[in-house]
Design a protein around this ligand. Structure first.
Ligand code: BEZ
Length: 219
């Protein structure tokens, strides 16, 4: 089990761009690894296509993306063109690699098996996991969706914006936050520190009389 803050496993894998060692492939970038049950399946195709469309948004944030599906590399490569056409993408090549995890080695290591969904041979499929890894190779976010529910990759970008902002400033991002909106000062910032750190602070008055909702403009 990989927990928040743990160093993400430095696995070796076969991918559509050849063998990679995860930490070397990441270099100094952030990373998003997202897994899929199988190639040539409808929901997976919509998700991979959405990541093709959003690829420049990930690059802008210095994030490398990598997908995983439990079919072999040759099958992945045959699937790529369907994904590109579905994404209305006409550029050369494919913007990110896809890991082949035929033996479910990574799915097992990263605990992303969906026991409810099986392939034609009755083997459990890989669920829809997402892992965000920072440049120090620490796992900063993970979530696991069942095979039958597609993810929202705009939300993954939103989380990355929050992580990158809160790494730089002692703030936290509230419900449904989007970049440029107000943020909350972290509870660990004392009343003495807050005036110097966040001079534009506003405190929301609440019935308890406690001053814990301290809003400040996006730093
Ligand atoms: C899909 O990608 O559509 C899918 C894959 C496995 C199980 C259910 C749905």
């Amino acid at each position: 089990m990989v927990n928040l803050g743990d160093i993400f496993p430095n696995f070796t894998a076969d991918t559509t761009v050849g063998e990679i060692r995860f930490h070397d492939w990441l270099g100094d970038s952030w990373g998003v690894l997202f897994s899929h049950p199988a190639d040539f399946t409808p929901v997976c195709t919509t998700e991979l296509a959405r990541v093709v469309q959003l690829h420049s948004e990930f690059t802008k944030r210095d994030v490398k993306v990598i997908a995983l599906s439990c079919d072999p590399v040759e099958t992945h490569k045959k699937w790529l063109n369907d994904i590109k056409v579905f994404a209305s993408c006409s550029t050369e090549g494919f913007p990110y690699p896809i890991i082949a995890d035929e033996d479910r080695k990574l799915a097992t290591l990263l605990q992303m098996i969906d026991p409810e969904e099986k392939d034609a041979d009755g083997i459990a499929l890989t669920a829809r996991a997402v892992f965000v890894v920072d440049p120090k190779k620490k796992m900063r976010l993970s979530f696991l969706y069942p095979a039958t529910t597609g993810r929202n990759f705009d939300e993954i970008l939103r989380v990355i914006d929050s992580l990158q902002l809160t790494d730089k400033h002692r703030v936290a991002t509230p419900v449904d936050w989007k970049p440029q909106e107000h943020v909350m000062v972290q509870p660990s910032v004392s009343d003495e520190e807050v005036k110097t750190l966040f001079p534009l602070l506003t405190i929301v008055a609440l019935p308890s009389g406690k001053n814990y909702i301290r809003k400040t403009p996006h730093p």
